[in-house]
Design a protein around this ligand. Sequence first.
Ligand code: FDA
Length: 310
Amino acid sequence: MGLMRSALLAGSRNAWLRERAMRTSFVRKSVSRFMPGETLDEALAAARSLQQSERLGSILTHLGENLTSPSEAEEVTAHYLDVLERVRSGGYDCEISVKPTQLGLDLDPELAFRNLAAIARRALELSNFVWIDMESTPYVDPTLSLFHRVRSEAPSIGVCLQAYLHRTRADLEALLPLGPAIRIVKGAYSEPPSLAIARKADVDENFYFLCTRMLRPDSLERGARVAIGTHDGRLVERLQRFVTEAAVPRGRYEFEMLYGIQRGLQRRLLAEGWPLRVLISYGEFWFPWYMRRLAERPANVLFVVRSMFR
Ligand code: FDA
């Protein structure tokens, strides 16, 4: 892992830095590039604008992780239930994406299960869909177990798998008999080489393998659906070729990107008629999430530095 990336990921967990950065105006200004605002209203307004101007659907995620009390997890659950109602009543094309530690996974797996199940059941009733984000490696097993349990009650749920982990191919094979919805991403946390593939080119290759594994006839027959979560133009093109050559039915795959990243690529996909959604993050607790975005592309740090002088 590059030095800059390691430093940014270490910084993402530093409380002192978080306190200061969140109050600093040039940091707040540069965050706005990736986040339309801190409130649900601002996120919905951005989703509305994308939907109306580009027919682009969204996924909403309220930032926050590693909560410390059950009441906070219950507040987050109530918030997501409200989001589902607002999406329905406002006619938005928006799914939601949740982090298990926001729902209480650190505190009590049963609490996280109850919270996630309540959200997924309501999403099912409202014909909406819930994605489960994947956090750092200690959470992979508990997250997959949550996914299994909740999905058996409310199938309107998908889970994220990270291509940088050595274990992910085996995890995917174990999930395939369910005919699941899975979002494949490269992975955004700092993990040791014993757990994560070190070379970027190998992560990219594994990403391609995992997506195409989801799109092979035996997976599709079982009902699999893949969300291809990347801004990597080369991978996007390779997967477009695969989907075209294998005549994969529409509805079994979509591209997913983050709000504000690779807008040119997003517009090209939309203009060519490819299925695409963007994930819109909002909330006051944006610091660790923002540091992970900087770590993904150290050139973003230059952007922050430049905005210091504007
Ligand atoms: P890569 O990092 O190779 O970037 C490819 C190109 O995209 C770069 O060269 C650059 O041009 C552009 N780019 C990428 N990131 C950028 C940035 N921050 N700023 C500016 N340009 C950028 N991770 C995780 O561990 N758990 C999860 O649950 C999720 N969920 C998730 C959902 C969705 C919809 C997406 C798109 C991503 C995630 N991720 C995630 C994040 C993911 O793991 C990964 O860190 C980022 O997507 C960056 O990797 P890329 O695949 O874009 O490739």
